[in-house]
Design a protein around this ligand. Structure first.
Ligand code: CA
Length: 261
């Protein structure tokens, strides 16, 4: 399995600052988006600390003799441990920075990370907050993450809420974020990719402006061209109002071992 990947972040039409961040580490097959919060300066500090911590942790743990900051979970693979540990480390660093510096006190960020393990032939998707991962397969878009939002938490207790009741719940309140507490629970989903799949990571500035059907259509129109897909998705969210910062990372899975013709 090989990849064509591209990412783009945009301030949107209404915000003064972009508090989103993303990173792509092609050698590690790691893709990350973070959506910071906490107002001027603090949100961007949190999201950039998240992507910088994941980048540095993955670069450092290429060597097997590195000491890890958290204990290894024996129920998870090496790749899964690496991803979850990097996110927990980012949580700790953001939380400590928030405690030490009054100008960024209370900052936090979402994170969604996708790591491909060649050994297991799996994508591992880890997330905290409401930044999402989707997979487009044969024209069908599937959301792989479940937002850690007030709405979803309330739906767990009251699944038969009426649409009117749902509409009263603010859509943008998240119930889990990095940097808010000293420790964090990270959700992890394995997914088996197929050649031709497109994985999409995004901040809520995208899925808040576009429906899943619209996202799927724009991805399909872009074909293999992930740069075009990123530009088209951001442009469409901005045309719809661009109420928030918009960040996307598209990953197209290609395979040189396709079935013989
Ligand atoms: Ca946002």
């Amino acid at each position: 399995m090989d990849f064509i990947a591209a990412g783009l972040t945009d301030v949107g039409m209404q915000r003064e600052h972009n508090e989103d961040a993303f990173c792509i580490l092609p050698d590690e097959a790691l893709f990350v988006i973070a959506d910071g919060m906490g107002g001027h300066r603090a949100g961007d500090v949190a999201s950039q600390l998240a992507t910088a911590t994941l980048t540095s942790f993955f670069n450092e743990t290429v060597r097997s003799d590195t000491t890890w900051p958290f204990s290894f979970d024996p129920h998870l693979s090496m790749a899964e441990n690496r991803l979850v540990t990097a996110i927990k480390l980012a949580n700790r660093r953001i939380f400590e920075a928030s405690m030490q510096d009054a100008t960024v006190h209370g900052m936090g960020t979402t994170v969604v990370g996708a790591l491909f393990s060649r050994k297991a032939n799996r994508f591992y998707i880890a997330h905290v907050g409401d930044s999402r991962a989707y997979r487009l397969r044969k024209g069908e878009l599937t959301q792989l993450t479940r937002d850690h939002s007030l709405l979803n938490d309330l739906l767990l207790g009251a699944p038969d809420m009426t649409p009117e009741q749902r509409a009263e719940i603010p859509a943008n309140v998240i119930t889990r974020a990095l940097g808010v507490q000293g420790s964090v629970a990270v959700d992890l989903v394995p997914d088996k990719p197929q050649a031709g799949d497109v994985y999409l990571l995004c901040s809520d500035g995208l899925n808040g402006m576009l429906t899943d059907d619209e996202i799927a259509e724009l991805l399909m129109k872009s074909g293999d061209d992930m740069e075009h897909a990123a530009v088209a998705l951001v442009a469409a969210a901005n045309e719809r109002g661009g109420e928030d910062n918009i960040t996307v990372v598209g990953i197209r899975c290609t395979d040189w071992h396709d079935e013989p013709k």
